[in-house]
Write a protein that binds this ligand. Structure first.
Ligand SMILES: C[S@@+](CC[C@H](N)C(=O)[O-])C[C@H]1O[C@@H](n2cnc3c(N)ncnc32)[C@H](O)[C@@H]1O
Length: 231
């Protein structure tokens, strides 16, 4: 992260964000002044859809950009043997997530850490990864590096679940919009096979009815056996 991004207070975005991505200071400011529009006090409905389909049955689960922890709390409460690691770059978000997890008596299974996912090396591999609203904040350059990291974090055959603003969301405010082809080609390039991609909603305080989004399940490709013609 550049020093400028760390220290300067920046305007909240009032236009569509492009290939430059969201300036990261926005996240620090939003948690500090309680204007984080994605903090609704409850899990994202699309996370609950994924949960009801059994998409979080295989652990451990890595919750990338976990925010204030409502998604992790809901998943852990529903899957009583699942271990979860939540990561967020903003210490205030992680502090709040720790309170949410403690209030739900889930501290034995949900661990929370502060880290920048643009410079993160997973220390273990995960059966499932959740990205609720993170991929769509990155610049083109950070997106490719980030997806490579996600692919390294997921075991071959494991799943990554993404919930990101789609190009069907035409109202102002919010992160980048991602088109279906853009989403699928970025994931395929990073080593995933698309299992499912469908329209969904991402709830915010500034998009009544929820923002148009994609709910995606992508499976980490299993590498061919060493010595095979395709290795
Ligand atoms: C739109 S919010 C989503 C929060 C949560 N996943 C949810 O659905 O409620 C995006 C989150 O990603 C975090 N984030 C953004 N860039 C990050 C980075 N480089 N490393 C770690 N976390 C990041 C932000 O602090 C924020 O909490």
């Amino acid at each position: 992260m550049s020093e400028d991004n760390r220290t300067s207070k920046v305007e909240k975005p009032t236009r569509f964000i492009g290939a430059e991505g969201v300036v990261h200071q926005v996240f620090h400011d939003a948690y500090r002044d309680s204007s984080a529009s994605w903090v609704t006090g409850r899990p994202q409905p699309a996370v609950m859809t994924a949960l009801s389909r059994g998409w979080f049955d295989v652990g451990p689960l890595l919750d990338l950009g976990c925010g204030t922890g409502e998604n992790a709390a809901a998943i852990a409460a529903a899957r009583d043997d699942l271990l979860i690691l939540g990561i967020d770059v903003v210490p205030q978000a992680v502090d709040r997530a720790r309170s949410v997890i403690a209030a739900a008596s889930l501290t034995d299974r949900v661990r929370l850490e502060v880290a920048d996912l643009r410079d993160f090396t997973p220390a273990e591999s995960f059966g499932t990864v959740l990205d609720a609203g993170v991929l769509h904040v990155f610049s083109d350059q950070d997106r490719a590096d980030y997806l490579e990291m996600v692919a390294r974090a997921v075991r071959p055959g494991g799943a990554a679940i993404f919930i990101e603003f789609s190009d069907a969301e035409t109202r102002p405010l919010g992160p980048r919009r991602i088109a279906r082809d853009e989403m699928t080609s970025a994931l395929v390039r990073a080593g995933f096979v698309i299992d499912s991609i469908e329209p969904a909603r991402y709830e915010t305080a500034v998009h009544p009815g929820g923002a148009a989004a994609w709910l995606v399940r992508a499976i980490r490709r299993v590498p061919p056996p060493v010595g095979s013609r395709f290795s």
